[in-house]
Design a protein around this ligand. Structure first.
Ligand code: SAH
Length: 303
């Protein structure tokens, strides 16, 4: 790995949309001190002291953050975070950290993926301790792999901290066990982000019995998902749940069956993010919705 020269760094910084002289500032507005460009410990000019931590923030409830994620956030200099990271988690980040929102919305990436990747490289080469904070788990529909591939190519050190993925968080808080010896021996996490209405997914595999399906990003494509599963032989009475803003105080769950879920969801106009769970296990919610019980018992809104 050769050390980048000044022009490389300038070029990267331009691509990252930050002029070289624009200072990094914490949430409190205080300027971050400059860093060494060569590793000050090893004095090796070929390795930067910077490091990137790809961290999963979980599905929303701040108490679902791992201790490791929390610890790393406490010493972060720069945090690049997505739209899905909940406000209570952002509030836990110390005031001295420079915050960069690179949030993504369906088909409306506020910062293009390439640029995020390059920005991580630039900041690490400046010697910064950078946290790339993502909703849920960074390796599940989070493009975490692409981001660290760029870091690996650039010779930047990185670590990965898993998070509770939306499927685990939403299922637990909705009282729906994803597997169950009587109902489902396997579970599949599927992207519901169907490009241009094309349904290039292995639908035949999805209609196997004793399997739970979890569709991420499935709200817009829900009518297509329902249509394809029905066309491939899933019974119209198969239970379906849609969990909106799971694990947060605003969590809403819409339950139905394959044949009526689209209509029920349209009636409720549930806000994103939403997760769709399909399978026999959904019917267990009738008995296992522990959150409703907690709310009724002590009037609290969250567990
Ligand atoms: N890496 C994330 C997923 C990113 S893809 C993870 O592991 O959870 C974004 C999708 O995740 C959303 O479209 C939605 O389907 C799902 N999602 C994330 N957080 C959610 C939440 N709190 N409630 C419901 N769905 C959520």
């Amino acid at each position: 790995m050769t050390r980048p020269d000044r022009s490389d760094i300038n070029r990267l910084q331009q691509r990252a949309g930050r002029p070289e002289d624009a200072p990094l500032r914490g949430k409190d507005g205080v300027r971050l001190p400059p860093r060494y460009r060569a590793n000050p410990v090893t004095r090796n000019p070929n390795s930067s002291a910077g490091e990137v931590f790809l961290v999963g923030a979980g599905p929303g409830d701040p108490e679902l953050l791992t201790l490791k994620a929390w610890r790393i956030l406490q010493s972060a200099e720069v945090v690049l975070y997505d739209r899905l990271v909940s406000q209570p988690i952002l509030d836990m980040i110390p005031d001295g950290a420079h915050m960069v929102h690179v949030g993504k919305q369906r088909s409306n990436h506020s910062v293009p993926q390439d640029e995020i990747n390059q920005r991580l490289v630039t900041l690490a080469r400046e010697g910064r301790r950078v946290v790339r904070l993502k909703g849920g788990d960074p390796f599940i529909f989070g493009r975490g792999g692409e981001e660290i591939e760029t870091l690996a190519e650039a010779g930047v050190r990185f670590q990965v901290v898993p998070g509770i993925t939306a499927a685990s968080g939403c299922a637990a808080y909705a009282g729906i066990p994803l597997t169950h010896r009587d109902h489902a021996q396997s579970v599949r996490f599927v992207t519901g982000h169907l490009k241009n209405d094309t349904c290039d997914l292995p639908w035949n595999d999805f209609v196997q019995t004793h399997q739970t399906l979890v569709f991420y990003m499935g709200l817009v494509g829900l009518p297509i998902i329902v249509r394809e599963l029905t066309a491939h032989g899933m019974r119209p009475t198969m239970p379906v749940a849609l969990v909106s803003r799971g694990t947060t105080p605003e969590q809403e769950v819409v339950c139905g069956t394959l044949e009526n879920i689209v209509e029920r969801v349209q009636q409720r106009e549930v806000p994103a993010p939403t997760l769709v769970i399909i399978g026999e296990v959904v019917s267990l919610r009738n008995r296992l919705d522990w959150m409703a019980a907690v709310q009724t018992m002590d009037g609290r809104e969250t567990p």
